[in-house]
Every structure is written in structure tokens, then in C-alpha cells.
Design a protein around this ligand. Structure first.
Ligand code: ATP
Ligand code: MG
Length: 585
């Protein structure tokens, strides 16, 4: 690999929760990890209890659980005892509305305090929580509520009037809409949460949920096609707790900032549950990305652990290191990234700019929590996703026509990334899609649909999604490698790479490139980038064509939608676009 490993200094090791990777893996058991949580009597387990009430029971109720920064510059604080109380009121309210165990409560909210109360209250009541992205249009909201059989929806008045009221009568199963900012009209089943919550009882005995009871319903990002509804159970909290400690280096008292939108799995697993089970302070910023605002927050709020996504990091890179250097970011101890491949360029840029790298980690909606990570205590290989967490066996495999799955032993050979089922946050089904769920498993493996390689040190390297991989003149080309090579050119802010049909090679590589500020598209630059690609990658792998774009189409969770670039290039149907963020053809 062209990038040098970032060696950790001994003092970095001294501060990390997971100090010796091999030893931690050897000593680890999931039942041992479960014993770190309280559990409920009779072997029960409830996510909300572990996240909020447990701290109160152990005399930690006065610690700050949530610090909320509003768009307007004001802020609010919630102690663990406040979260426990408010979520109990929410659970009481659900019960008084006749909503019973296993019924689905959806949220359609931005980063509002009510969202956190609703999530914990729903889980505490034994109901199932399903967050939706607040920028969804009416149709994606309706299909998800319908598929998930939503009984209750927590949202704001504006979102309700605009996106739901017009078709509400078509979903009679949706019994109650709770508006966080009032505005309840004369219509049936619309309640003002500001009035209902204080009137509901703060005394609520946590529902006796079993570890295998359904807790969360998360829709995937829809990067490769129609989004799937992944079912998760209360036991997932064990994995959230473990990964918070070992992969994010989280400890009690940390100020943790997860920038993911609450409408996606990261926004719940790590934006709510994991840091609260640890007893950290969760920092929540209501506003959207803005480089100066973000650096200001890191500095002012003394953030210690920061979990973000490649798309945000690329935007910070675009703005430049000079801006970053104006802020004191010395409080930040650990920075991690998830959601898309993190180009080595970005890891090294962070090391140079902040004095510490971004630690890439890999997981999916289906896995419910982090599976592969670069650790605080271990050397970071820029461009690699890291190594499996304790308790998870991962391998590179190939499938044969007879349905068998064989591990690929040869290092740095591309194959499908597979995991041995058995970790607690493993999804238990795609709602209403039994066959699609079954197809994820073969020969005792869960098959992720991502292609990767493993090196001799056991680090995993992302190649591309199985659907995105390009086959050109007998070569298998992963888009990530080509995109990362293009990003090493100073003009390139981001790149999306696809394969287009070619009569001789089968497919050839085409790249779509967005430029950094100060650069303009030109024939000369196109030629230069093509030459740069050939020099970096060799003629077999380098792009044969490059188009300039103002920006690339991405999902609302920040992932480049290569399938859309391809459909448009080839004049094919565009497919499910419910999660497309913006359209900049
Ligand atoms: P859909 O399954 O609907 O197509 P999606 O796979 O994008 O959408 P998510 O579950 O949100 O939905 O994303 C998980 C996927 O994101 C992974 O399978 C992988 O392709 C990508 N991903 C996540 N983390 C990383 C990472 N660190 N490096 C590379 N890819 C990553
Ligand atoms: Mg997926």
C-alpha cells in the first residue's frame, strides 16, 4: 500500500480502553459482556433501562446525559435522572393510549430532545422504535409506516401538516400522532405532546422485555436499491455497549458527539444507545453541517470522542486545514468514521491537521453495531477498515455454484466480506421479506454484500459493494481504489466511479468528479486527471473517461449513489430514489 501505517505512540495506548487487541479477543465472551449490564429480573433485558434508569439506580442520576445545542444558539441539559423520568412519562402515555408491547412507534424528527425521550420511552414501554429521516417526502414516509405497521408517529406540526395529514386516512392503523410543538387540532388522534407528557405519570415499571424481543426497526440507506426494514432486538444493547468501549474508546464522563442523522441506524445505535449505556454525555447539535460551526462545537463543548462520516470529512477537507487550525481541538481524544469508504487521503490529512487520524470502522444496518474497526490502541493503516471486534469472526469468502461458501486464504485477494452469525446486534429479519433475509446466509455465514480483502496482519480493506464492482478485461476493479487515487489529485474533492459496457473489455471505468473550490472543469484538467489515474493505477484499472459534476448524487445518509450515476449514464430506469438527497444532474 502506498500509505504509511500511522504508528500509535505509547501514551495513546495507555489511555485506550482496549489495550491489547489479541488478548482482548482471546478473553472475550458475549455472556461476559452481558454481565457488565444490569438486566431485568428473570433474565429480561431492556435497552432503555440500560441506557437511562440503570445510572439512576446506581446513584449516577445527576450526571449529564444529553447536552442539546439548538440552531438559535441556546442549549439545554438533561441529566440521566431527567431522561429516565421523561421516558417513563412517555411510556405511561403510550400505555394510556392503549399501545401495547411490540407495537411500532415511529419518529419523524430532526435532532430534537423529544426524539431521545420518545426513543427511550418507546423501548421502556416494550414497543418498537423506528426512526425516519425528517427530510423524507410524503411517499417514503407512507411506505415505511405502512410496511412497519406504525401505530404511533411522533413528529412536528409542520411536518405533519405538510407530509402526513393529506393521506393519513389511508393508513387507519396509524392511531395516534404526537406533535412535539403543539398545534393539535380538532382531528382525531392528534395529540399535543407538550401537554400530554407532563400529565402522564413519571412512575413506570420498565416493561419485562426478553433479550429476543423486537426493539428497533431500521430502514437501510437504499444505496443499492429499495430500502429494507431490518429488525433488531433488545439484546443488541450488549453489542452497543461493547463496541462503544472497544471501538470508540468511550468511557463514563466522555463528551461524545455522533453527527449521524437520527433517521439512520448510526443515529440510534451510537447517537442514542451506546454512549448512554456507558454513562457518557451525549452532545446533540440541531443544525446541519457547517465547517466553522462544527469546529466551534468541538472546541467550545470540549468534545472528547467524535464519530462522523466520510462525506463530512471530505467537506472539511474541501474547506481546508487553515480553517481547522484556527480552533483548539485539543480536547478531542479519538475520532472515528463510518458509512462509506474513508479515503486514505482523509486519514492522513487528519493526522497532519489534528495530530490524530480518523479511525475508520465498518458495519451495516443489518449488523446493528460496529463489526470491524481501527482501534485507539492499535496502529492505523490509512485506507483500511481495521480488524474485527472481539466476539466477531469475519472472513473473505467466495461462493460456489452449489451454494457452498469457502474462505479465501490468500492475503489481499478480493472476495465477499462474511461474518459468523451470533453477535447480539445481528438483525433478525427484513420486515415482510423473508426470502431476501434468507438469501443473506449460506453455509453458516452471513454474507454482507460488500467485497473486501484481508492483509497478513488481519486488517480488512474495502473494495466495493458487490453490485458496484467493475469487471474490465478480466480484472475486478473496486470503485473505492479508483476514487481514492483520483482524490489524491489536488483538484479533486470527491469522485464516483462506475463501469460502462465496452465491446472489447466487457466494461471500462468511468469517473464522475467534483472539484475543490478554485478549480474549474476544462479539457486540459480532464486530460491531466486521466493521466494522473493512469500513473497511479496503471492503464488496466485507470478511468477511460471522466465527467465533471458540481456534486455527486448521494443518499440522505451521505453515501454516493453509484447505481444512479450508472443508470443515468446508460439511460436505464433510475430505480428507488426515496433516499436520494439532492438531484444535481
Ligand atoms: P442498502 O442496503 O439499502 O443498499 P446501504 O447498504 O448503504 O443501503 P447502510 O446499512 O446504511 O445501507 O450502509 C451499510 C453499507 O455502507 C455497508 O454495507 C458498506 O457498503 C458501506 N460502509 C459502511 N461503513 C463502511 C466503511 N467503513 N468502509 C466502506 N464502506 C462502508
Ligand atoms: Mg446494505
Amino acid at each position: 500500500m502506498p500509505w504509511e501505517t500511522i504508528r500509535k505512540r505509547p501514551d495513546d495506548k495507555a489511555t485506550a480502553v482496549l489495550t491489547d487487541y489479541d488478548q482482548a479477543r482471546a478473553a472475550f465472551t458475549w455472556s461476559g459482556a452481558r454481565a457488565d449490564l444490569d438486566g431485568l429480573p428473570d433474565g429480561g433485558l431492556n435497552i432503555a433501562y440500560e441506557a437511562a434508569d440503570r445510572h439512576v439506580a446506581h446513584g449516577r442520576g445527576d450526571r449529564i446525559a444529553l447536552r442539546w445545542l439548538a440552531k438559535d444558539g441556546t442549549s439545554r441539559k438533561f441529566r440521566y435522572c431527567d431522561l429516565a423520568e421523561h421516558s417513563s412519562r412517555f411510556a405511561s402515555l403510550l400505555r394510556s393510549l392503549g399501545i401495547g408491547k411490540g407495537e411500532r412507534v415511529f419518529s419523524l424528527l430532526g435532532r430534537q430532545p423529544d426524539l431521545y425521550v420518545a426513543a427511550l420511552g418507546t423501548l421502556k414501554s416494550g414497543c418498537v422504535f423506528s426512526p425516519l429521516f425528517s427530510a423524507f417526502g410524503p411517499e417514503p414516509i407512507r411506505t415505511r409506516l405502512s410496511l412497519g405497521d406504525g401505530r404511533v408517529l411522533v413528529t412536528s406540526e409542520a411536518l405533519y401538516r405538510r407530509k402526513i395529514e393529506p393521506w393519513r386516512h389511508e393508513l387507519p392503523g396509524l392511531k395516534h400522532v404526537l406533535l412535539v410543538d403543539g398545534g393539535a387540532g380538532p382531528d382525531d388522534g392528534v395529540l399535543d405532546l407538550r401537554r400530554a407528557l407532563p400529565a402522564a405519570s413519571p412512575d413506570f415499571a420498565c416493561a419485562k422485555t426478553a433479550p429476543d424481543d423486537m426493539a428497533l426497526l431500521h430502514f437501510t440507506s437504499g444505496t443499492t436499491g429499495r430500502p429494507k426494514g431490518a429488525v433488531h432486538v433488545h439484546e443488541a444493547v450488549v453489542a452497543h455497549h461493547v463496541t462503544a468501549r472497544c471501538a470508540l474508546d468511550l468511557r463514563p464522563g466522555d463528551v461524545f458527539w455522533c453527527t449521524a442523522d437520527p433517521g439512520w441506524v448510526t443515529g440510534t445505535s451510537y447517537g442514542i444507545i451506546a454512549p448512554l449505556t456507558i454513562g457518557a454525555t451525549l452532545l446533540v447539535d440541531e443544525a446541519e453541517f457547517d465547517a466553522e460551526r462544527w469546529y466551534g462545537i468541538l472546541q467550545r463543548e470540549r468534545v472528547t470522542i467524535w464519530y462522523t462520516a466520510p462525506t463530512a470529512i471530505r467537506m472539511l477537507l474541501k474547506v481546508g486545514a487553515d480553517v481547522a487550525r484556527r480552533y483548539d481541538l485539543s480536547s478531542v481524544r479519538f475520532m472515528a468514521s463510518v458509512g462509506e469508504p474513508l479515503n486514505p487521503e482523509a486519514v492522513v490529512w487528519a493526522q497532519e491537521t489534528f495530530g490524530r487520524p480518523f479511525h475508520d470502522n465498518w458495519w451495516q444496518t443489518e449488523t446493528g453495531g460496529i463489526m470491524i474497526a481501527n482501534y485507539a490502541s492499535a496502529d492505523v493503516k490509512p485506507g483500511s477498515m481495521g480488524r474485527p471486534i472481539p466476539g466477531v469472526e469475519a472472513a473473505i469468502v467466495e461462493r460456489t455454484a452449489d451454494g457452498r461458501v469457502h474462505p479465501v486464504e490468500e492475503p489481499m485477494t478480493a472476495g465477499e466480506l462474511a461474518l459468523q452469525p451470533g453477535w447480539p446486534s445481528m438483525f433478525r429479519g427484513y420486515l415482510g421479506e423473508e426470502e431476501r433475509y434468507r438469501r443473506c446466509f449460506a453455509d453458516g455465514w452471513y454474507l454482507s454484500g460488500d467485497l473486501a480483502m484481508r492483509d497478513t496482519d488481519g486488517y480488512f480493506w474495502f473494495v466495493g459493494r458487490a453490485d458496484d464492482v467493475i469487471k474490465s478485461a478480466g480484472h475486478l476493479i473496486g470503485p473505492f481504489e479508483v476514487e481514492s487515487a483520483l482524490m489524491e489529485h489536488p483538484a479533486v474533492a470527491e469522485a464516483g466511479v462506475i463501469g460502462i459496457p465496452d465491446p472489447i473489455a466487457g466494461e471500462v471505468v468511468k469517473a464522475f468528479v467534483a472539484l475543490k473550490p478554485g478549480w474549474t472543469p476544462s479539457e486540459a484538467l480532464r486530460k491531466e486527471l486521466l493521466g494522473h489515474g493512469r500513473a497511479q493505477l496503471g492503464p488496466a484499472v485507470a478511468p477511460k473517461a471522466i465527467d465533471f459534476r458540481a456534486s455527486l448524487p448521494r443518499t440522505r445518509s451521505g453515501k454516493i449513489m453509484r447505481r444512479l450515476l450508472k443508470a443515468r449514464e446508460l439511460g436505464l430506469p433510475e430505480g428507488d430514489l426515496s433516499t436520494l438527497e439532492r438531484d444535481e444532474r
